[in-house]
Write a protein that binds this ligand. Structure first.
Ligand SMILES: [Cu+2]
Length: 253
């Protein structure tokens, strides 16, 4: 083999390797920047991670988030993939036993599904809220046209304090639901289908959590979504009171 042919071959091998590396980098960047297009979530009132992705997806390294939106900040810091994959918060093979699969205090992460990806969504604190009235329509977006065996929408009971208490099943009341609804009966929506579920949460004021369970129809695949809402009208969530001083009272001589 002549040296000329050999050096040409080396050149082409190098060129092909470079092109392949470039393609791979582009593909990886695209995957990272876009949510996987296979599932869904509550888009209004937005679920915790969908809401963080909506507000900060294009600007998630901006340090302003730490002070302006601290709950999203801690979630982005914990794992940005929890926001890129806002549509992938599900468990499989639960067999309808949601309370068995999802322990109290872990409702917003679907029982720490794919741990540790979504664990930060259980963090207690002042997540940004969406204003809603006592009767509102929840919009569920399904990118994969899975349809629903059912969707159940719960709202925390009046008196629950989302700023201090971990969310448990006994804090919730069923406030809306739909039964078996194939995707063909959902509304066409950009990039998928969506459906609106009437929710009646009468008697609520102030901050609450809306908890949605979507049982998809293509598999035994269950989604668990927390949305933070504010019903307005009176404060049910007063700021935490400062603890009483721990110094003992002066003793009488
Ligand atoms: Cu899916």
């Amino acid at each position: 083999m002549s040296t000329l042919i050999r050096s040409r071959r080396v050149f082409w091998l190098f060129a092909i390797a470079t092109a392949a590396a470039l393609l791979l980098t582009t593909a990886l960047t695209t995957i990272q920047a876009r949510p996987a297009s296979a599932h869904g979530s509550v888009v209004d009132p937005a679920s915790r991670n969908y809401s963080c992705w909506q507000r900060w997806g294009d600007d998630f390294q901006n340090p302003r988030m730490a002070t302006e939106d601290p709950m999203c900040w801690q979630a982005w810091q914990a794992d940005p993939a929890a926001m890129w994959n806002w549509n992938g918060l599900f468990r499989e093979g639960v067999g309808g036993n949601h309370q068995g699969a999802v322990p109290n205090g872990q409702l917003c992460s679907g029982g720490r599904t794919q741990s540790p990806r979504y664990n930060s969504l259980d963090t207690i604190g002042a997540w940004k809220t969406t204003s809603v009235s006592n009767n509102f329509r929840l919009r569920f977006f399904d990118q994969a046209s899975h349809g629903a065996d059912y969707i159940r929408v719960y709202v925390t009971k009046q008196g629950f304090n989302a700023l201090t208490e971990p969310l448990g099943w006994d804090d919730l009341e069923l406030a809306g639901q739909i039964g078996n609804t194939p995707a063909s009966q959902w509304n066409p929506d950009t990039g998928g289908v969506s459906i609106q579920i009437p929710v009646n949460a009468s008697g609520r004021t102030g901050r609450h959590i809306v908890y949605t369970v979507w049982q998809a129809s293509h598999l035994d695949q269950s989604y668990y979504l927390c949305s933070d809402v504010d019903f307005g009208g009176g404060s049910t969530t007063p700021p935490p009171t400062t603890p009483p001083p721990t110094t003992p009272p002066p003793t009488t001589p």
